[in-house]
Design a protein around this ligand. Structure first.
Ligand code: SF4
Ligand code: SF4
Length: 178
């Protein structure tokens, strides 16, 4: 089993939101909902503060509460470590929406839970997720975290990085290079 994840270089990201628009287009995200978003956070203490721009989406957690709470098995982890929803099994109970600490899920107007899939349909063809492919500053990287020769592994081995809410034990697979 592989363990696919994403590495985002916050020094390269300019917050243009091209990744968000690419995601909406690629995945026919319904109007009024989002599978991804761009956040800005202030880090440090005044006067030594700076703004960090974070392109966010489902973290495809290694310990995913959304999967643990799903009563039907609709939410699951595939062989690449990607957290997905089987629309046919989903009853729209919202347990996963409530359980996700990152606000990454919503109920699609057609009645099933929806969120980022890491563009699994593209990954299966050997392509990068749409957000990674479109980023004009090439700040996003996607690959197998368990492969020591992958670009994502090399970046994590060579650069300082962090995840979002590491203290809650979800083990996010999106890493932000500082
Ligand atoms: S970010 Fe939320 S929806 Fe995604 S795997 Fe983690 S808990 Fe589940
Ligand atoms: S909304 Fe669907 S995927 Fe989410 S917990 Fe309920 S049945 Fe599972």
């Amino acid at each position: 089993m592989s363990r696919y994840g994403m590495v985002i270089d916050t020094k390269k990201c300019v917050g243009c939101t091209d990744c968000v628009i690419a995601c909406e287009t690629e995945n026919n995200v319904p109007y009024g909902f989002s599978r991804s978003w761009v956040n800005q956070i202030a880090i440090g203490k005044f006067p030594d503060t700076k703004v960090e721009i974070l392109s966010e989406r489902c973290n495809h957690c290694s310990n995913p509460p959304c999967v643990h709470v799903c009563p039907t098995g609709a939410s699951y982890v595939n062989e690449l470590g990607i957290v997905l929803v089987d629309h046919d099994k989903c009853i729209g109970c919202k347990a996963c929406v409530e359980a996700c600490p990152y606000g990454a899920r919503y109920i699609h107007p057609d009645g099933y839970a929806d969120k980022c899939t890491f563009c699994n349909h593209r990954v299966e063809k050997g392509e990068d997720p749409a957000c990674v492919a479109v980023c004009p500053t090439h700040s996003m990287y996607f690959g197998d975290l368990d492969d020591p020769n992958s670009e994502v592994s090399k970046l994590l081995n060579s650069r300082e990085h962090h995840t979002i809410l590491p203290e809650i034990g979800t083990e996010p697979k999106i890493f932000y290079l500082k």
